[in-house]
Design a protein around this ligand. Structure first.
Ligand code: IDP
Ligand code: MG
Length: 138
């Protein structure tokens, strides 16, 4: 059986702040394998597909705008229970509440914007990992 895979995105705030290396370092330090990597300036179509589950929510439009505001780094990461493990490394969605020791807790904060700029995305299930990897690594 091949190792579990997940999609990780370093969001535009992470890239713009020069935190790509630090985030990749944490993924590798945890023992996950970076199986593929690309920098993408995503168009609206890709972002709408990626965030389809959030359509209609108040933060949806600002989220799409933010995610298209600059390049993101897309990562195919591999390892035993990597989906759950990366969500744990990333920390809670709200960077102010995210625990210290996590990517969002250590490196993120609330900037008082309409959308939480929280540095990273990680797939939340095997189904979404498969779907999202198909979108970003088509
Ligand atoms: P996740 O990234 O921790 O899985 P989701 O609930 O899937 O969180 O939300 C997707 C993204 O939308 C979040 O990472 C964050 O950037 C943004 N977001 C989620 N909830 C809110 C909110 O209540 N206000 C503003 N932005 C939000
Ligand atoms: Mg999510």
């Amino acid at each position: 059986m091949s190792a579990e895979e997940t999609l990780i995105l370093v969001k535009p705030d992470g890239v713009a702040r020069g935190l790509t290396g630090e985030i990749l370092r944490r993924i590798e330090a945890k023992g996950y394998t970076i199986a593929d990597l690309r920098m993408v300036h995503a168009d609206r179509e890709l972002l709408a597909a990626h965030y389809a589950e959030h359509e209609g929510k108040p933060f949806y439009e600002p989220l799409i705008e933010f995610m298209g505001s600059g390049p993101v780094v897309a990562v195919r990461a591999q390892g035993e229970r990597v989906i759950e493990g990366f969500r744990s490394l990333a920390g809670a969605t709200d960077p102010t509440a995210a625990a210290p020791g996590t990517i969002r807790g250590d490196l993120g904060r609330d900037w008082g914007l309409k959308v939480q700029q929280n540095l990273v995305h990680g797939s939340d299930s095997t189904l979404s990992a498969e779907r999202e990897l198909g979108l970003w690594f088509a």
